[in-house]
Design a binder for this molecule. Sequence first.
Ligand SMILES: C[S@@+](CC[C@H](N)C(=O)[O-])C[C@H]1O[C@@H](n2cnc3c(N)ncnc32)[C@H](O)[C@@H]1O
Length: 212
Amino acid sequence: MTDRQELQHPRFARQYLKIAAGADRRGAAEHRRRLLDGLTGRVLEVGAGQGRNFRHYPDSVNEVVALEPDDTLRTAAEQAAASAPVRVTVVAGEAGQLPGKDSAFDAVIASLVLCSVGDPPAALAETARVLRPGGQLRFYEHVRSPRPWAARLEDAITPLWRRAAGGCHPNRDTEAAIRAAGFTIEQIDRFGFSFAALAPNTLHILGTAIRE
Ligand SMILES: C[S@@+](CC[C@H](N)C(=O)[O-])C[C@H]1O[C@@H](n2cnc3c(N)ncnc32)[C@H](O)[C@@H]1O
């Protein structure tokens, strides 16, 4: 489990409020809509940030528990929850120790978060624990480039990048991590996306994995 204080990134959080709004205007809003399309039942969103997904939950969802460790982002998420189309309860916490009993959720959402958690295998093991058998992990993540030269560049910039960007690692092979955690990938789209005008176009994955 990551120490609570290590998960506070107030400067990055203030920047991310603007960056994420801009990314949504460039197409991320549509990615978020696709991420959540058709969900039903009880949903846990891990590392929900300021709650930019909340407006996209379909009304077939009964309840969303939105976990966010950063105080600045969680405050913004509480405001977003107030106008969400479904019931959203925002809670403090972190991916290594998820709220809820075993099999408590029908779906878990990982949206641009597995790049940032301290221990992805632990986060995915917790995800499998709280999902019911047959439950869905819906993921939307930027991931390591398949091009060796670009992946080496991502490795090189990661130490600096993670300090500047709230712990984000641009070089993670999150699809492999999801498979290694025992999930079956049912559907996956892979596409390039640039979150801002001057930002590089990086590989993203968006899809559904099943907890067997
Ligand atoms: C790039 S932001 C993405 C926020 C949001 N999910 C979105 O789609 O815009 C990364 C998020 O991961 C959260 N995070 C970082 N480490 C975490 C951890 N160990 N457990 C849960 N969330 C974490 C951060 O606080 C931040 O909200």
